[in-house]
Design a protein around this ligand. Structure first.
Ligand SMILES: [Zn+2]
Ligand SMILES: [Zn+2]
Ligand SMILES: [Zn+2]
Length: 243
C-alpha cells in the first residue's frame, strides 16, 4: 500500500496558518485529512510530513531513516514493535471476523524502516515495474516464508489500513495466486482496508479513502461497484476465481 497524495483545496478566511502562524487574510489551503488551514507560502515552501503530507511547522520529529513527522501523526504513531505486533494481530483478527479471509499458512510480521523496506521491495521484480511509489507496507513470499513488512512510525489508523491491505495480498497468495489483473488485485486489497476502517467505526478515515487522489482509487471504486452488484460474500467468491 502506498501513501495518498494529499490534494489541497483553496478557500478564503481570516484565520491563522497552522504551520507558520501568520494571519490568513486571503486565500488559504486545507488538506484532505484535517481542518487545519495553511497559507499559500507554507504550501509551496515548507517540508511536508511524510505520513500525512501536511506542511511542517516549527515543531516536528525526524525519524532515524530521515522521515519527518508532524505532531498530529506523532501522537498516534506506532514506533514500538510490541505495540505494532498487537495492532497487527488485532487487525488480522478483525479482517477474519468481518470477511472470513483466513489463511492456511500463517504470515509473519516485521516492523522495519525505509531502507529495509526498500531493499525487500527491490528483490521483487514485479514491484520495480510499478514506478515511483512511497511504500508503507509490503507482503512478500520467499519460498516457504511469508512476511508482511510494515514501516515503523505510521499513525495508528494508517498502520491498520495498511496491514489490512497487505493481509489481503497474503490471502490472495493462497486463494488466487494466479490473479494478475492489477485492478482486481489492488482494488480488492484497498477494499479490505476500506471495509476494515468501517468495521472499526472510523467512518471519516474510510471516507477519506474515497475522496483523495490515490493511484489505487479507481481500482477501489471498481470493487465497490462489484460489491453493489454481488454483496460482500459475492466479491470474495469472485476474487477467488479471478485470474
Ligand atoms: Zn497492494
Ligand atoms: Zn504559513
Ligand atoms: Zn502528519
Amino acid at each position: 500500500m502506498t501513501t495518498p497524495s494529499n490534494q489541497s483545496s483553496i478557500s478564503a478566511s481570516l484565520d491563522h496558518c497552522a504551520a507558520c502562524g501568520c494571519q490568513l487574510t486571503g486565500a488559504y489551503y486545507t488538506l484532505l485529512d484535517s481542518d487545519e488551514r495553511y497559507c499559500p507560502q507554507c504550501i509551496d515552501t515548507r517540508p511536508r510530513c511524510d505520513s500525512c503530507g501536511a506542511p511542517l511547522g516549527p515543531h516536528y520529529w525526524q525519524l532515524h531513516d530521515g522521515r519527518l513527522q508532524c505532531p498530529r501523526c506523532h501522537r498516534t504513531a506506532v514506533y514500538d514493535s510490541e505495540l505494532a505486533k498487537t495492532l497487527f494481530d488485532e487487525t488480522v483478527a478483525g479482517v477474519v471476523t468481518q470477511l472470513s479471509l483466513t489463511l492456511n499458512v500463517g504470515v509473519e510480521f516485521r516492523l522495519v524502516d525505509v531502507p529495509t523496506l526498500q531493499s525487500v521491495r527491490s528483490q521483487d521484480l514485479r514491484h520495480t515495474l510499478a514506478g515511483y511509489e512511497r511504500v508503507l507496507g509490503l507482503y512478500q513470499r520467499q519460498g516457504r516464508l511469508r512476511v508482511i513488512y510494515m514501516l515503523y512510525g505510521l499513525p495508528r489508523l494508517l498502520f491498520r489500513a495498511t496491514v489490512a491491505h497487505e493481509y489481503a495480498h497474503a490471502w490472495q497468495g493462497e486463494q488466487c495466486p494466479l490473479l494478475s489483473d492489477d485492478r482486481l488485485r489492488e482494488g480488492f486489497a484497498e477494499w479490505v482496508a476500506y471495509r476494515h476502517l468501517l468495521w472499526l467505526g472510523c467512518m471519516k478515515a474510510a471516507q477519506r479513502m474515497l475522496s483523495g487522489s490515490h493511484p489505487y482509487l479507481p481500482a477501489l471504486r471498481y470493487v465497490l461497484e462489484l460489491e453493489q452488484q454481488m454483496g460482500i460474500p459475492g466479491v470474495i467468491a469472485y476474487i477467488r476465481k479471478a485470474e
